[in-house]
Design a protein around this ligand. Structure first.
Ligand code: AR6
Length: 169
């Protein structure tokens, strides 16, 4: 899989799938979640509500998928990152699950390109350096015959700097 880094807004990315850093309600929020629902329109929320009605809340580290409404992407994969509470081992495992489960779900719908935001590094306060190491590690260790490209979309300067150093690009 090719790995790219883009500085900017994930709602503008034309990948087969973009990942949303959602919360367990799946009903929207601030940050990247708010941006995706705002730009994507009502279709995404309607599908999230349907999923909620069927299976209840989404657990931390787990994923659900919707179409992407008005966004240039085809799908939105919603995942719930861990809220940082200082338990490094547990939080790291849960964050790794977000990336792993997103990639697995993407493969199951034949996604060739997928874009990730820096899950949990905003409101959920996960230390950015550690989060980036986990994200890069999970993506680099994921063997896929289907996914050809993974894009890390960094919104803030600090994350961009960290990812550039890590990926050496
Ligand atoms: N495109 C790409 N990245 C973005 C964008 C954007 N448009 N906007 C913000 N980011 P956060 P979390 C970056 O807080 O920490 C929501 O309210 C941002 O700079 O969006 O996982 C949910 O509903 C940061 O690096 O998500 C949950 O309640 C990263 O996205 C809660 O926040 C994640 O920041 C989830 O918290």
């Amino acid at each position: 899989m090719k790995i790219e880094l883009i500085k900017g807004d994930i709602t503008k990315i034309k990948a087969d799938a973009i990942v949303n850093a959602a919360n367990s309600s799946l009903l929207g929020g601030g940050g990247v979640d708010g941006a995706i629902h705002r730009a994507g329109g009502k279709q995404i929320l309607d599908e999230c509500i349907e999923i909620r009605n069927k299976q209840g809340k989404c657990k931390t580290g787990e994923v659900v998928i919707t179409t992407a409404g008005n966004l240039p992407a085809k799908y939105v994969i919603h995942t719930v990152g861990p809220i940082w509470n200082g338990d490094e081992e547990k939080c790291s495992k849960l964050l790794a699950n977000c990336y792993k489960n997103s990639l697995k779900l993407a493969e199951s719908v034949d996604v060739k390109s997928i874009a990730f935001p820096n899950i949990s590094t905003g409101v959920y306060k996960f230390p950015k350096e550690l989060a980036a190491k986990i994200a890069v590690n999970e993506v680099q260790n994921f063997q896929s015959e289907i996914i050809e490209k993974v894009v890390f979309v960094c919104f803030d300067d600090e994350n961009e700097f960290i990812y550039r150093e890590l990926l050496k690009i």
